[in-house]
Design a protein around this ligand. Structure first.
Ligand code: AMP
Length: 508
């Protein structure tokens, strides 16, 4: 077994890792760190949860320590670009942790908060700057940041950045960097736009690939519970009371739904907090902190808000609503069973969500075991069997009369292979435009980040990733859901803005 000492890391960093309780490098760390220490550019195909932050932060810190110099005013030695505020904060936090007692200045800048503190901080010069692209460009335009002295560039979650319409911003930012630099890209998938950026921006990169989805999933005990929509809240209360999960992340489809779950749990005497795009940055950080500290062991989140959340020790992921995009399921459950731990993923599935369940099972190439829970109105397994058989035969109405729809607005699984989309179609699913909803939320004085993201179409028309016809909102499910639970236009915007990581397919 490799340990960190064999990778070439300095004694100072080894001490920090020991203090953090890291004994063995994760595969991306074992493969990337030795190359990064020699200064090679790197393309890392890995998603959050694989330990990729330490994989790039540790060699960067070693480089900075080996060549100590005070960054000039208004410059940064290392620039890390992140698609979201949450991820940016977490990366900065990781740098601070791994830096230990090294005298390094780490700063994070993103939209939705005031400029002045950021400008003041940049003026002092920064060793490691972690930023979202929109706000970074504002600082470049205002000349409060100069990238001409930057030595290292990290582009994290490159595919998400492109999905979110940041391609032009990234090119604009990288054009301001010195040609001679150390460049590191991380991406969960390799769509052609990312390959294009890699070819243009990296020099002879070493490519390191880890595929965490299937291995992570193996350590997650998954199950699905069939339940009527109106009984989901009672079921959630039952599960929390019975299983007493230590730290649970509950996913709802809409912001409105998240708030309703918090209220209904409260009525049952169960404390929880919600994090979503309607909350201010301050509220979101407070909610995350109380979840992280264990003060509030239950966090209710939407897909968008949960993106980039990096909290250790999540024991349970509960899909209060199943996602209509199957890749989101993989991403959601990957929040548990991190760093070698085991986890539980429980999905509630109402009649209208059965098509989504089938899509998820097709993507993950496994059937999620169903638990029969009649106590809160769950249907029996036999009901499922019967329903599914009908569905496969191209049969008639399922789930109480309303035909479920897939992302494409077509009946999913309704005969003639209707439920199976091609990979190309799947990739063409709604992505992009997360910034409109997420970044504008809770942002007093509306930062430029928001306008930038909101106005921008999805990137990458060439890959079938262009904006969805007729707007960004997936048809069918979101409308259904909206009318059912009364969520308003903002909820559907969030649904439309849902983005996801494309899960590697097993065996292929
Ligand atoms: P990341 O993929 O960078 O978001 O990391 C996922 C989680 O794994 C973080 O909470 C890290 O603190 C943790 N982690 C990273 N590397 C290791 C390691 N070698 N051993 C144990 N935990 C780790």
């Amino acid at each position: 077994m490799t340990d960190f000492a064999t990778l070439g890391l300095s004694p100072t960093l080894l001490q920090v890792l020991a203090a953090e309780g890291y004994t063995t490098p994760t595969p991306i760390q074992a493969q990337a760190i030795p190359h990064l220490l020699t200064g090679r550019d790197l393309l890392g195909i890995a998603q959050t949860g694989t330990g990729k932050t330490a994989a790039f932060a540790l060699p960067i810190l070693q480089r900075l320590a080996a060549n100590p110099r005070k960054p000039s005013r208004g410059t940064c030695r290392v620039l890390v670009l992140s698609p979201t505020r949450e991820l940016a904060s977490q990366i900065a936090e990781s740098f601070r942790t791994y830096a230990g007692t090294m005298p390094l200045g780490v700063a994070v800048i993103f939209g939705g908060v005031g400029y002045k503190p950021q400008t003041d901080r940049l003026a002092r010069g920064v060793d490691v700057l972690v930023a979202t692209p929109g706000r970074l460009i504002d600082h470049l335009d205002q000349r409060t940041l100069d990238l001409s002295k930057t030595e290292v560039l990290v582009l994290d979650e490159a595919d998400r950045m492109l999905d979110m319409g940041f391609i032009r911003d990234i090119r604009k930012i990288t054009a301001k960097l010195p040609k001679e630099r150390h460049s590191l890209f991380f991406s969960a998938t390799m769509p052609s736009e990312v390959s294009g950026l890699v070819a243009d921006l990296l020099h002879d990169p070493v490519r390191v690939e880890v595929t965490p989805v299937s291995t992570t999933a193996e350590r997650i005990a998954q199950r699905v519970i069939f339940v009527e929509t109106g009984r989901k809240r009672a079921l959630l209360g039952d599960i929390i009371r019975e299983e007493k999960p230590a730290r649970t992340l509950v996913f709802t489809r809409t912001k409105h739904g998240a708030d309703k779950v918090v209220k209904s749990l409260e009525q049952e005497g169960i404390a929880s907090v919600a994090i979503h795009g309607n909350k201010s940055q301050n509220q979101r950080e407070k909610a995350l902190e109380s979840f992280r500290s264990g003060q509030a062991p239950i966090l209710i989140a939407t897909d968008i808000a949960a993106r980039g959340i990096d909290v250790d020790g999540i024991t349970h992921v509960i899909n209060f609503d199943l996602p209509n995009i199957p890749e989101s399921y993989v991403h959601r459950i990957g929040r548990t069973a991190r760093a070698g731990a085991e986890g539980v993923a429980i999905s509630f599935c109402d009649a209208e969500e059965r098509a989504f369940l089938r899509d998820i099972e097709k993507l993950t190439r496994q059937q999620i075991p169903a638990t029969d829970r009649r106590i809160a109105g769950g249907e029996s397994l036999e009901t499922r069997e019967a329903t599914e058989t009908n569905g496969r035969r191209g049969g008639g109405q399922r789930g109480g009369g309303r035909p479920p729809r897939g992302r494409s607005g077509q009946r999913a699984g309704g005969g003639g292979g209707g439920g199976l989309r091609s990979d190309q179609q799947q990739r063409g699913a709604p992505r992009a435009d997360k910034p409109r909803d997420e970044r504008s939320a809770g942002a007093p004085g509306r930062p430029r980040d928001d306008r930038r993201g909101g106005a921008k179409p999805a990137a990458g028309a060439g890959e079938g990733r262009g904006p969805r016809k007729g707007g960004q909102q997936p048809r069918g499910r979101s409308d259904d859901h909206r009318s059912r639970d009364g969520a308003g236009a903002s909820a559907s915007a969030e649904i439309g803005g849902m983005s996801f990581l494309q899960a590697p397919r097993r065996g292929g």
